[in-house]
Design a protein around this ligand. Sequence first.
Ligand SMILES: [Zn+2]
Length: 276
Amino acid sequence: MIELPEALVIARQMKKDLKGKQIAYSNRGNSTHRFAFSSGSSKEYEAVFQGKTIGRTTAHGMSILTAIGKDHKLVLGCGGERILLHEKEGKLPKKYHLLLHFEDGTSLTVTVSGWGNTLLLPASEADKHAHVKEDRITPLDDAFTLDYFQQLFAQVNPESSKSIKYFMITEPGVWGIGNGCLQDILFRAKIHPRRRVVDMDEGEQHALYDALKGTLNKMIELGGRSSEYDLYGSRGGYVRILDSKTKGKPCPACGTPIEKIQYLGGACYLCPSCQT
Ligand SMILES: [Zn+2]
């Protein structure tokens, strides 16, 4: 799943290596997939893409936005996707849900697994899309201060029984963070995913803030998580502390076996001793 670190890494690479390329032809996919979300028919996509030049690419939370000519934008990400740039006459993946072939002989493919966006929208509509919103603050923005983060906690109804996982990825949600990045963030903050938001004191909120910033910066610095791929097909260099591979293995801090729980629509990995 592309989350904030990968969206940022891939968007930077697209900005550098795709800008100015002219689209010779496109194909909305050689494989149908129910959850590869598109915004029009194959013919409509082909008509818009034909002859257009790739413009600027930016990252927005878990999404990647690329200008297609002057009037359209392509919205990618926000799910399980591989976005790959192929060299001239390079081998394309067997299955893809979008292909852009450029005049210089290179190609871009987008392959969705699970679900993900390949939306081609009029520019003004793309800018307002819920997955792109400019006014959302990510933990990497200067405006995401400790004070801002603590205000989010202050806005939670004192009667609420919601957990920290719900708070972090659903409501209000930290923009760009999903279940994939959350595991190591909660581990570093020593907080259990089921912990009630209203029970967290200021010290724990601060620890979570530091863990959030520190973990994301590390993930970006290392080119994303090792479970994900960049634009050139290389895995990221950030190896997660907690994931399916570490289940049952000793916690790196205390040696207790790492546990897996199913919680709020996704697997959580945690140390039952360190995380309370
Ligand atoms: Zn531990």
